[in-house]
Design a protein around this ligand. Structure first.
Ligand code: FES
Length: 121
């Protein structure tokens, strides 16, 4: 959790949670920016990356992204970026509301299975 941008030094990135989402939060050019934490390459944790020369580098294989737009330099795609609002020193990240869980056949099967992994003989 980050309560104010003063907790994250300029040109640093960290990981925060919002609901079931992990977010890479960076402090870049005086503002807080938020990206999906999962690198599009193989899911590397962008919040554990580093910002060098104005680019956020994934810690796993070194793919690069703009810390605020999420665009990969030289490409049309990148990682999802979220709106960020700073209000009275607090940080708010704009995410779509999560859909409620819909029961599936797997849920029903799990409810019907015996609790013990070793059935009695
Ligand atoms: S997972 Fe990010 S570069 Fe491979």
């Amino acid at each position: 959790m980050l309560n104010s941008k003063d907790e994250l030094p300029e040109n640093r990135v960290t990981t925060v949670s919002a609901g079931h989402k992990q977010i890479a939060l960076s402090h870049f050019e005086g503002k807080i920016c938020a990206l999906n934490n999962s690198c599009p390459h193989q899911g590397g944790p962008l919040g554990e990356g580093s910002i060098e020369n104005g680019i956020l580098r994934c810690p796993w294989h070194g793919w690069d992204y703009h810390p605020c737009t999420g665009k990969a330099p030289g490409f049309d795609d990148g990682v999802e970026a979220y709106k960020v609002k700073e209000e009275n020193g607090a940080i708010f990240v704009g995410l779509l509301e999560e859909e409620p869980h819909r029961e599936t056949i797997s849920d029903v099967m799990m409810e019907e299975l015996p609790l013990s992994p070793f059935p009695h003989r």
